[in-house]
Design a protein around this ligand. Structure first.
Ligand code: PLP
Length: 392
């Protein structure tokens, strides 16, 4: 069948590809350890599942308003006030099928063909592909270890053109684990002052920071808030990836455009799942602290273990649940030209799956998720170490 030019230009998500290969090997009985997970390994808290069951039993199994249930939008408004000190009216909140779809709809609703969007790299795989899908032009601003993979005002300035419509920020960051400080965000916002450039900030890993507190760029001033669209959701904070609930907060006109798009595409998010998100945001925030503390311990362990791998260097991540080590030197020392080939052979020979950095715009690196028990994680690192020792 002849597919569209647009769809042919899209690179499928590499993370999902590796996860699928690992899943397939597992199904064949191979003892695979996957370090490619982009989701917490806990189950959704019982309290949320109970709320969903109760809602479904009570008949909340229908279409809802395209911007989301009013009760959920109110719960999100309260969460934004409580956690971010930001005031949003319900008309400034839109609920979509996960942050991923929310982002896609934002790009669709704001970008015209040729509009440029600055995306700092390393970036989460979907930004650039989604921007291309709607006819926008992703402009990559390459960051490095010297700035902890964070965009600087100088780099931002260097990538601004007359066609720049938007900047995408992601903090805490997937894949690097970097977290922007208030001052760093302020410096970026200052560059954009007196322009009409939109800031889309993906805060999906908001609750997972270790030692550094998450700051939302929208909280810097009313002027910055007016140009910012915050994207977030329950996937990572409440281990609800499969429920598909995310949201956007920002300009009311954009929010109604997102609702209009939804009314002609998916109608709404599944009603029971929205009830799950209401329960999540009404839950004691202390519960997410329990998960955060577990991830912090895992981060410390993961960082210690990765530092033991020969020829591999890694910055200590401050958020999310990924390490982003430099692996090119190690790959070359083992006789591989690229990290891609190196990673593939580790999966084939040692049955450890993780994602090469090429999909994140950083081919010399790889992303290692520590969203799994420490014992399994440590075994995976031992297998990688064994592989490196055998090849050198
Ligand atoms: N944004 C980032 C940076 C992510 O890592 C992910 C998931 O991996 C998403 C958004 C998507 O989240 P959701 O499950 O809400 O679609």
């Amino acid at each position: 069948m002849e597919l569209s030019k647009k769809v042919k230009s899209i690179t499928p998500s590499q993370t999902i590809e590796i996860t699928n290969t690992a899943r397939q090997l597992k199904a064949e009985g191979v003892d695979v350890i996957s370090l490619s997970a982009g989701e917490p390994d806990f189950n959704t808290p019982d309290e949320i599942i109970d709320a969903v069951n109760a809602a479904a039993k009570a008949g909340h199994t229908k279409y809802t308003a395209s911007a989301g249930l009013p009760e959920l939008r109110e719960a999100i408004a309260k969460k934004m006030q409580r956690d971010n000190n930001l005031t949003y009216d319900s008309t400034e909140i839109y609920v979509g099928n996960g942050a991923k779809q929310v982002l896609y709809n934002i790009f669709l609703a704001t970008l015209n063909p040729g509009d440029e969007v600055i995306v700092p790299s390393p970036y989460w795989v979907s930004y650039t592909e989604q921007i291309k899908m709607v006819g926008g032009e992703p402009v990559t601003a390459v960051t490095g270890e010297d700035t902890h993979f964070k965009l600087t005002p100088e780099l931002l300035k260097a990538h601004l053109t007359e066609k720049t419509k938007m900047l995408v920020l992601n903090s805490p960051n997937n894949p690097t684990g970097s977290v922007y400080s208030k001052d760093e965000l302020q410096a970026l916002a200052d560059v954009l002052a007196h322009t009409d450039i939109i800031i889309v900030v993906d805060e999906i890993y908001e609750v997972l920071t270790y030692g550094t507190k998450h700051v939302s760029i929208a909280s810097l001033s009313d002027e910055v808030k007016a140009r910012t669209i915050i994207v977030n959701g329950v996937s990572k904070s409440h281990s609800m990836t499969g429920w598909r609930v995310g949201y956007a907060c920002g300009d009311a006109e954009l929010i109604s455009a997102l609702a209009a798009l939804t009314s002609q595409s998916t109608t709404s998010v599944a009603e029971p799942a929205q009830y799950g998100a209401i329960a999540a945001y009404n839950m004691d925030p202390g519960e997410t602290e329990t998960y955060r503390a577990i991830f912090e311990r895992r981060r410390d362990n993961a960082y210690e273990k990765i530092s033991e791998l020969p020829h591999v260097t890694c910055l200590k991540p401050e958020g999310a649940f990924y390490l982003f080590p430099h692996m090119q030197t190690c790959a070359e020392t083992c006789g591989y030209k690229t990290v891609n080939e190196f990673v593939k052979d580790i999966l084939r020979e040692k049955h450890v799956a993780f994602v090469p950095g090429s999909g994140f715009g950083a081919p010399e690196y790889a992303r290692i998720s520590y969203s799994l028990g420490e014992e399994k994680f440590n075994e995976a690192i031992s297998r990688i170490k064994e592989f490196i020792e055998e090849k050198t």
